[in-house]
Design a protein around this ligand. Sequence first.
Ligand code: ADP
Ligand code: MG
Length: 240
Amino acid sequence: MISMRTVDKHFGALHVLQDINLEVPKGQVVIVVGPSGSGKSTLCRTINRLETIDSGTIAIDGVQLPAEGRALARLRADVGMVFQSFNLFAHKTILENVMLAPVKVRGIDKTKARARAMELLERVGIANQADKYPAQLSGGQQQRVAIARALAMSPKVMLFDEPTSALDPEMVSEVLEVMVQLAKDGMTMVVVTHEMGFARKAGNRVLFMDEGRIAEDTDPDTFFTAPKSERAKDFLGKIL
Ligand code: ADP
Ligand code: MG
């Protein structure tokens, strides 16, 4: 579903992604961990071309990502992304937030889009807040809306970049539960998170990023109990 071959990227002199090779089959849940600055966010952002790459190729469901234009917009719609900051439109209601892209980008009829948005809000447990504005919701609720909004485009892949790290501790689990369910439903997911419980419950695979490289690529149990490299051991020592 995601295929990255020999991907390299620099920010000026910084070699932020170094020879990234990654094949993610349909339905797999990949957890990405690693020290701050190791390139985790950049990796996610290149998958839907929020960042360009210097060389290599990236394909989603067998279609290589073009650099720009309409074809890119269309392919990008196949990749949903949820960030640490929820980025909801403050002056639109929860329902409007979820309806907006399907109507504007996919040209879906408003009545249909509304019905589908309500279904998704139901799925993330927040349908009763549909007519409120983002500021009236807790952080955990806003993040669940952000997930519903991404799902509204019927993406083939969902990327999550530290989706719970800006949340108060008591709100983390309500967001992770939605993500566990999504994983169970068969969504292909790439999740940057240090939530080990989630990684072990929902993850099929862990990538340990270090200085722009995929330094380890293994299953969650192996990674969290018996990491190979000193760097990974050191990293785990800091987050555990
Ligand atoms: P992580 O998510 O693992 O913390 P990032 O992918 O955000 O790491 O960043 C990797 C490195 O690239 C960091 O050193 C960061 O400062 C740098 N970086 C990220 N975005 C930019 C940018 N737009 N311009 C220049 N440097 C950047
Ligand atoms: Mg990051």
